[in-house]
Ligand binder design. Structure first.
Ligand SMILES: [Ca+2]
Ligand SMILES: [Ca+2]
Length: 359
């Protein structure tokens, strides 16, 4: 989602022309006449007081834009100039080439001198404040309208984790706000849409440990299980299946003979949408015997790997009902992040004889 605009700081530009006050020069003193008789000392003749020359007050020329005269100088405050420079150039070109329909005409120039900048492009780890912002906000800039007078530089924030295309679109969108465009302009300028899909790039400093490197692949230790036997298990078999399933779940909940490193809770639930684990059954195929599992997860650091799982789906294909608990236990421990070497032997022995295990 794009941001809304932030508060514009208004400043009155006061004219400060006016005459300066001259100090009159010292008065001359008349020399007394050299006669013995006292004569009246003539009054000193005051010198003329200079007339101050009024300074002409120039009529200020209005600046080309509320941000100042063009070209507006744009500085990007980043240690990744090679990433941002082409994106910023694209964004500036976008608006320069559409100047005719804009509230005022922009002309831009990149600068390497931050102290001369009219506009600073500022990549940030996170947008921390913006009008109407929320956690999905990826950019922020002030809305600068034609009659505004603003303190420059104005800052255009963009989240660093955006990939090149999303960063460019976001910078373009935010520059649109500095040109006085709000989200109502989206019909003419689609880039001004309030909400847009964005993509992220992987930045090593934001890396979080992947699920496969954590002790437990889920965030929560309670994994509700939904058993889906629709069209696959006859009502006559339901009891046997549930006995096997319950055996596997309670075995893991009780620690799997010391092999579980965490306390887990695996309640069976009636509602599929409440479940973290979905258990399904399929007909036995000779080449696909046993359990298959897959998972979904979240990738908050955008490195292409899940940091934690949110859902697991286990499908069991078996010819022997009595092996369901073994297949299920193995699949569950695998989804939770356990290697085979860390599982109880009964799950991994070549010849499964669990008649004794299930008692
Ligand atoms: Ca990671
Ligand atoms: Ca990740």
């Amino acid at each position: 989602m794009y941001p809304r605009y932030a508060v514009v700081v208004l400043m009155i530009l006061a004219g400060c022309g006016g005459a300066s006050q001259s100090t009159p020069s010292a008065t001359d003193t008349a020399t007394p006449s050299p006669t013995a008789t006292a004569t009246a000392t003539p009054s000193p003749t005051p010198s003329a007081t200079p007339t101050p020359t009024p300074t002409r007050t120039p009529t200020p020329e209005p600046p080309d834009t509320p941000l100042g005269d063009t070209p507006l100088l744009v500085y990007t405050n980043t240690d990744e100039p090679e990433f941002y420079k082409p994106l910023v150039e694209d964004s500036l070109d976008y608006w320069e080439s559409r100047a005719d329909g804009l509230p005022y005409r922009p002309k831009y120039e990149l600068t390497l001198a931050q102290n001369r900048a009219d506009i600073v492009i500022q990549p940030v780890d996170e947008i921390e404040y913006c009008t109407s912002f929320n956690e999905t906000t990826v950019g922020c800039a002030p809305l600068v309208e034609s009659n505004d007078r603003v303190n420059t530089p104005v800052t255009v924030e963009v989240e660093r984790q955006l990939d090149a295309e999303s960063a460019r679109d976001t910078i373009t969108h935010e520059l649109g706000h500095t040109l006085g465009l709000d989200h109502g302009s989206a019909e003419t300028y689609p880039v001004m849409r309030a909400v847009s899909d964005v993509s992220h790039r992987y930045l090593p400093e934001f890396d979080q440990p992947n699920a496969t490197h954590r002790d437990f692949t889920f965030q929560n230790r309670t994994l509700p299980v939904y058993v889906d036997t629709t069209n696959t298990v006859s009502s006559a078999e339901q009891g046997q299946y549930m006995e096997q399933i319950t055996h596997a779940l309670t075995y893991l909940e009780s620690g799997a003979d010391g092999h579980m490193k965490q306390d887990v809770s695996l309640p069976v639930v009636d509602n599929r949408s409440n479940a973290t684990i979905i258990l399904k059954f399929r007909d036995h195929e000779p080449t696909r015997l046993g359990a298959e599992w897959k998972w979904e997860g979240e990738d908050p650091d955008h490195d292409g790997a899940f940091e934690y799982y949110t859902k697991g789906v286990i499908t069991i294909r078996q010819s022997e009902t009595w092996t369901i608990d073994l297949h299920l236990g193995y699949a569950l421990m695998s989804i939770m992040g356990y290697e085979e070497a860390d599982m109880p032997d009964v799950f991994t022995e070549d010849t499964i004889e669990d008649e004794e295990w299930l008692d």
